[in-house]
Design a protein around this ligand. Structure first.
Ligand code: CUA
Length: 347
């Protein structure tokens, strides 16, 4: 690069907003420090011992003095609060139509899985001008996914999903860091984010030699050892116009999940038939579930994950607690695929 960079590139929709807030904060705090220390120095010198200017405390107060200093300070702090809260809420509320990419952290690498099943390590290819939502989890310890150029960072926790989103505004390559000390090679848990034109991304994600269409998906699910079988047709219908939208890509992930659902015999119990011993999963995603202990739980990704790994934790009212745990039998990526499948059942 040749030059020393003091600031990362500004390459996402909220990067400039974030920078504006950062500079406003820095300048306001800097100005306050300068004013405070100037006054302090002035009084310390003027009233130092030996000048004869020492005046005993008179105990007078002037309301107008208090108002004149307190109001502007209140105003500035209120601006900082409202502005900061808006940037924060914006940065942590992914838009509904965002394209979802799964990221799994482990000591010491980042594993990425695109909606069509395409995978990469320590690299994240994304289209520009497209809201991207990352769903993050860890296989071992706490990591933190940090893209300075996008001004965004999120902790990555074992046994739990977190998400972050951004929209890249400029084609380019950016640093990707782990920002949470996670062991010996933490400092080498780095990678690249490659932002590409949307159609270039489509070529990349669908057209590289590693990607072989449906076979690729089958080989992914073999990792979790389901019997190799033909992808079933029903999931195909909606693909129809494969115009490369993220929805069409999502279908491959859904299909891998469906295969796992069959291979692990989930379907035998969660058949959806009347009188089946287990809850019907169609349409449950993002709905409130009434539990046996009288409480309710939202059936989001974290809930589904917990129910797969620790089925006794939240038992749905009216059903026996008979589901075995899949802890150790399904890896994180398989669970992601199963969740994508269950999610698709609600549509
Ligand atoms: Cu992972 Cu530091």
């Amino acid at each position: 690069m040749g030059t020393v960079r003091f600031f990362p590139p500004t390459a996402s929709t909220f990067a400039s907003e974030y920078d504006a807030l950062f500079w406003f904060f820095t300048i306001v705090c800097g100005a306050a420090a300068v004013v405070t220390f100037s006054i302090l120095m002035f009084f310390a010198l003027r009233y130092r011992r030996g000048t004869g200017r020492y005046v005993a405390h008179r105990g007078e107060t002037h309301t107008w003095v208090e108002v004149v200093w307190a109001l502007p300070v209140f105003f500035v702090v209120a601006v900082l609060f409202v502005w900061g809260a808006r940037v924060y809420i914006d940065a942590y509320t992914p838009p509904e139509d965002a394209m979802e990419i799964f990221v799994t952290g482990k000591q010491w690498m980042w594993k990425v899985q695109h909606p069509n099943g395409h995978r990469e390590i320590n690299e994240l290819h994304i289209p520009t001008d497209t809201p991207i939502r990352l769903t993050l989890t860890s296989e071992d310890v706490i990591h933190s996914f940090f893209i300075p150029a996008f001004r965004t960072k999120r902790d990555v926790l074992p046994g739990r999903y977190t998400d972050m989103w951004f929209e890249a505004t400029q084609v380019g390559e950016y640093h990707l860091f782990c920002a949470e000390y996670c062991g010996t090679e933490h400092s080498r848990m780095v990678g690249r984010v490659i932002a590409m034109e949307p159609d270039e991304y489509q070529n990349w994600v669908g057209g590289t030699e590693e990607y072989r269409g449906p076979e690729q998906v089958a080989s992914l699910s073999e990792i979790a050892e389901p019997p190799p079988k033909e992808p079933t047709e029903p999931a195909e219908e909606a693909v129809g116009a494969a115009d490369g939208t993220s929805e069409a890509q999502m279908k491959s992930m859904v299909r891998a999940g469906e295969q796992l659902f069959q291979a692990n015999a989930c379907a035998g119990c969660h058949s959806g038939a009347a009188g089946a011993p287990c809850p019907d999963l169609a349409g449950i995603y993002d709905t409130k579930r009434s539990l046996a202990d009288g409480t309710t739980a939202l059936a989001d990704a974290n809930y589904l994950r917990e129910s797969i790994l620790n089925p006794q934790a939240k038992v749905v009212m009216g059903y026996p607690s008979i589901m075995p745990t899949y802890q150790g039998r399904l890896d994180d990526e398989s669970i992601n695929q199963l969740i994508a499948y269950i999610k698709s059942l609600s549509k």
